[in-house]
Design a protein around this ligand. Structure first.
Ligand SMILES: Nc1ncnc2c1ncn2[C@@H]1O[C@H](COP(=O)(O)OP(=O)(O)OP(=O)(O)O)[C@@H](O)[C@H]1O
Length: 256
């Protein structure tokens, strides 16, 4: 489908890693991809298909072997100020309390304390963590830490939110709750989200679009536009049809 208001462009992207033992690992073969403003794009695919590598290239954390990534028409040459990032491992700084973690991005932008605390408090309230402003990360459960990590990533109102398996380490119930909270946030704020997951079901619950990667060297096998209204219902017939369709294709490509 033709993308209106492109925010991310990936052209002829290739990535080969050279390991310490000088082996060449071809992680991504040839990726071409456009992401539109306010899309919620999920990257799925077999283990090792290059999902995290593609995300890290888009984030400007690593650099392509060939090809380019552009964000808002500019070639990405380093970590993006207009992006927030959330990883699977809780990426909070253990020596800072929750409010100082969440307001960190504003602090490095020299936003005065009163304003950055007001923003952090607003977000922490939204994520149900008002009682834990002064707590340290180790005093929070995994789900609470991940909520705080998301609050931190969005505190500076980034245009793009990159998320790498953010709910992978959570228990099943907390994961469902976090998916709902993330969709509420996205519906309210309409940012662009790029989200890596192993779960087909999670990707259909969340994404406007799903990109299925083929086994290494990673390429895009297929793109699925998910035409279901939000909030989504896993028991809906069309949800199930998408699930079966993607599952079947995933099994097929994983066999080869
Ligand atoms: N820094 C690195 N040095 C060497 N090889 C790497 C490096 N990072 C990733 N790779 C290799 O690139 C390939 C793709 O890795 P990547 O983590 O992007 O896959 P993935 O699809 O996210 O996997 P998973 O679903 O298991 O998290 C793998 O074979 C991995 O071993």
């Amino acid at each position: 489908m033709e993308i209106k208001n492109k925010i991310i462009e990936v052209n002829n992207l290739k990535k080969t890693f050279i390991t310490e033992k000088q082996n060449r690992i071809e992680a991504l073969k040839e990726i071409n991809l456009d992401i539109g403003e306010q899309e919620f794009v999920c990257l799925i695919g077999p283990s090792g298909s290059g999902k995290s590598t593609l995300l890290r290239l888009m984030e400007g954390l690593i650099f392509p072997t060939e090809g380019i990534v552009k964000v808002k028409n500019k070639i990405v040459t380093g970590p993006l100020p207009e992006a927030g990032m959330v990883f699977q491992e809780y990426s909070l700084m253990p020596w800072r309390n929750i409010i100082d973690n969440v307001s960190f991005g504003l602090e490095i932008r020299n936003i005065p304390k009163i304003r950055r605390y007001a923003r952090a408090e607003e977000l922490l309230e939204k994520f149900g963590l008002s009682e834990f402003l002064q707590s340290y990360p180790y005093e929070l459960s995994g789900g609470m830490q991940q909520r705080a990590a998301i609050a931190r990533a969005i505190a500076a109102s980034p245009d793009i939110l990159f998320m790498d398996e953010p709910f992978g380490a959570l228990d099943a119930y907390t994961r469902l709750q976090m998916q709902k909270d993330l969709i509420d946030f996205w519906l309210e704020e309409k940012r662009t989200v790029v989200f890596v997951t192993h779960s087909i079901e999670e990707s259909i619950f969340l994404g406007t679009k799903i990109i299925l990667m083929s086994p290494r060297p990673g390429q895009i096998d297929k793109e699925y536009d998910i035409n279901l209204p939000y909030p989504r219902n896993r028991f809906n017939k069309k949800f199930q049809e998408y699930f079966e369709d993607i599952m079947e294709r995933m099994n097929e490509i994983s066999k080869n």
